[in-house]
Design a protein around this ligand. Structure first.
Ligand code: HEC
Ligand code: HEC
Ligand code: HEC
Ligand code: HEC
Ligand code: HEC
Ligand code: HEC
Ligand code: HEC
Length: 325
């Protein structure tokens, strides 16, 4: 009940965010558009999608000698569109899964199949060096979730094997990226059913845990969970070292100041441009006005000048009053 409420709240937060995002599609989206992208394995994959692509499937029951319709478990449904927009869109299902899955009913032993992890394919590969997978792995191993590996936590829990697509690196719409990245966390942190598969811990009420933060809705639309919950890193674009709650960022001036944390997290990629039209952290202004972080040096100067003039007037005034007497 509580989790549906939280999901509702965040849903409500996030709908406006998608409304804000202009019609402009990122370059990445265009390349990945299903209307232009055609997988070499499209037909092969349809062997699986005909059952896993929607909530109903049909199979020939050999004992009865005719077709049977059945409902597909919702957690086993894979969205075709998302699959063909994801990073691994040009894979065949059976590149990662056993080819025995072609047969139905599936062999029960397949449930125990060993899956590849990211580093099996990406580790030590020049082509992907810019992501620094090794360092990401090392950070993940120090993060709060790593202890849940025995319960089944892996990189795949955040990077859905059938829909993960890279976002912040190519982002032309920071708000869209914020929604995408936050939804990764909220899959579990706003859905107790998924959360409790991995731990015996009581539900953590996200809204209440953050009630010290004013305008929570605005904040969650303008920053990602990981801004506050990870250790800042120079070596990777997205820090994966998620710290325990007690070490999360709570001080307002970490962001609301000239040395805003946001410049080394959310706006890291674009942060080379430090000033624009006299504004500190000018790049943030494309999306947000962050009180304290977006002070303007000309306005600062102007206010000093005005203060100076006022002071001079006051002093002159006092001076003439004394002279008059
Ligand atoms: C005729 C329908 C049908 C076809 C075709 C089919 N599946 Fe399935 N699949 C199912 C059903 C039903 C389940 C859940 C019951 C079970 O595990 O057998 C399932 C389960 C699975 C599971 C999850 C097993 C688990 O851990 O619970 C995987 C992975 C899977 N299928 C992959 C595939 C792949 C890959 C293909 C294509 C090569 C494929 N399936 C083709 C119906 C189908
Ligand atoms: C890049 C590798 C990869 C590809 C390609 C891939 N899968 Fe998966 N799939 C996985 C992994 C890894 C898991 C286990 C996910 C987890 O542990 O959370 C999985 C899980 C599943 C499951 C179980 C339900 C779930 O989502 O956890 C089904 C069903 C499935 N895959 C079907 C398919 C079908 C159908 C295709 C092709 C359209 C496909 N997979 C392509 C890696 C892949
Ligand atoms: C079975 C091997 C395999 C596994 C497992 C795998 N990848 Fe990949 N991945 C690839 C290949 C190959 C490509 C390149 C696809 C292409 O160029 O179209 C790729 C592409 C990517 C890209 C896009 C790179 C770019 O230049 O845009 C990212 C990001 C990525 N993978 C992350 C991951 C993550 C995170 C995991 C684990 C959760 C993972 N991969 C697991 C093989 C794999
Ligand atoms: C707790 C969730 C979580 C886990 C676990 C996780 N990631 Fe990520 N990862 C993210 C988020 C959020 C992003 C940002 C996605 C975006 O905007 O592109 C990301 C981004 C990435 C990127 C792209 C970074 C770039 O430079 O563009 C790679 C590569 C990656 N993760 C690899 C991994 C690997 C490898 C693992 C396991 C060792 C892993 N991740 C585990 C949440 C997670
Ligand atoms: C697959 C589910 C899942 C995903 C996705 C996930 N988490 Fe978690 N997270 C958990 C579970 C389960 C725990 C409780 C761990 C325990 O038993 O102590 C947890 C614990 C935490 C804690 C508290 C650690 C502590 O004890 O102080 C923080 C902070 C956290 N997660 C942040 C995040 C962030 C940020 C993301 C997204 C980048 C994320 N999580 C994604 C399942 C998830
Ligand atoms: C502005 C910074 C900030 C943002 C943004 C933020 N958090 Fe937090 N979060 C905190 C702080 C600080 C705490 C510790 C609060 C306390 O214990 O008083 C916390 C607590 C938590 C906890 C409980 C940890 C525990 O051990 O009790 C979880 C889980 C969590 N946050 C997840 C998230 C998720 C998921 C998001 C994104 C939707 C998010 N946070 C966004 C700062 C933030
Ligand atoms: C992780 C960075 C971060 C932290 C920590 C943070 N803020 Fe913010 N804050 C932002 C951003 C980004 C905005 C959005 C500016 C916009 O509306 O475009 C914002 C907006 C605001 C606003 C304006 C809200 C509105 O509706 O326009 C107020 C007031 C505010 N923050 C106060 C605080 C206070 C008080 C704290 C400490 C308890 C705090 N913030 C902590 C990043 C942060």
């Amino acid at each position: 009940m509580q989790s549906t409420w939280i999901a509702f709240c965040f849903g409500a937060f996030f709908i406006p965010a998608s409304l804000f995002s202009s019609g402009a599609k990122t370059e990445n989206n265009m390349i990945n558009d299903t209307t232009t992208y055609k997988s070499p394995y499209y037909k092969d994959n349809e062997r699986c999608f005909k059952c896993h692509g929607q909530n109903q499937y049909e199979y020939l029951n050999e004992n009865l000698g005719h077709n049977i319709k059945a409902l597909m478990y919702s957690e086993l449904i894979i969205d075709r569109d998302k699959f063909y927009k994801a990073n691994h869109k040009d894979f065949s299902c059976i590149d990662c899964h056993s080819a025995d899955y072609v047969n139905f009913p599936h062999n029960g032993k397949l449930r125990m199949e060993q899956m590849f992890n990211c580093l099996d394919c990406h580790g030590g590969d020049e082509k992907f060096a810019r992501f620094n997978f090794e360092e990401i792995q090392a950070q993940y191993q120090k993060s709060v979730h790593y202890k849940l590996e025995n319960e089944g936590f892996t990189c795949w829990k955040c990077h859905g094997p059938h829909d993960y697509r890279i976002s912040i690196r190519n982002s032309e719409d920071i708000r869209e990226t914020i929604v995408y990245d936050n939804n990764i966390c909220l899959q579990c942190h706003a859905n107790y059913d998924r959360f409790k598969l991995l731990t015996d811990r009581e539900e953590i009420n996200i809204v209440r845990k953050h009630d010290w933060l004013p305008n929570q809705e605005t904040h969650f639309r303008n920053v990602r969970c990981i801004e506050c919950h990870t250790a800042v890193s120079d070596t990777v674009l997205v820090s994966h070292l998620i710290l325990p709650g007690a070490q999360a960022v709570k001080k307002c001036n970490e962001c609301h100041s000239k040395n805003s944390l946001l410049m080394s997290t959310l706006y890291k990629f674009q942060s080379k441009e430090q000033r624009r039209y006299g504004f500190y952290n000018g790049i943030i202004l494309n999306q947000s006005y962050v009180i304290g972080a977006n002070r303007n040096e000309f306005l600062n100067l102007l206010s000093l000048v005005i203060l100076g003039i006022v002071a001079v007037i006051v002093i002159l005034h006092i001076y003439f009053r004394i002279i008059r007497k």
